[in-house]
Design a binder for this molecule. Structure first.
Ligand SMILES: [Zn+2]
Length: 137
């Protein structure tokens, strides 16, 4: 999957602000302009969508989602957290590599970075990623 941006991230060919890594998954802060501030949990193996996962992969993805979600809660105490997987043509995507979006929801008071935000400075995103990473040590 030479053109898959997620496979390139897994191969460390594209830098990512990693907050959690285990045998099967990599979780990182999206530093791009498409989904700034989202934390993405991706399976290391190329799998098109949730339908393609075997039970072991599905368990690994959900375990990582739960761990990173708890870390986001500990770091930012958001009022809510949206968790979704939007792979596929119907979502307007051109990259098909399973990844779950974790999007803290907050009305903005008392938090250093509110989501979603338009074009947040990269250092703010790196700072947020570091706070999440610190909760996963
Ligand atoms: Zn891929």
């Amino acid at each position: 999957m030479a053109d898959c941006v997620f496979c390139k991230i897994m191969a460390k060919q594209i830098p990512a602000s990693v907050v959690h890594e285990d045998q099967h998954t990599l979780a990182f802060m999206d530093l791009g302009q498409v989904n700034p501030g989202h934390v993405l949990v991706a399976l290391k193996a190329h799998a098109e969508n949730v339908y393609a996962l075997d039970d072991a992969q599905a368990g690994a993805v959900f375990r990582s989602v739960a761990r990173v979600s708890r870390a986001i809660r500990a770091a930012f105490a958001p009022q809510g957290l949206s968790v979704y997987q939007a792979n596929g043509k119907a979502a307007g995507q051109t990259v098909f590599h399973l990844h779950v979006h974790l999007v803290p929801r907050h009305d903005g008071d008392g938090m250093e970075l509110s989501w979603p935000v338009k074009n947040p400075p990269r250092d703010k995103l790196e700072e947020a990623a570091a706070k999440i990473r610190a909760q996963l040590r």
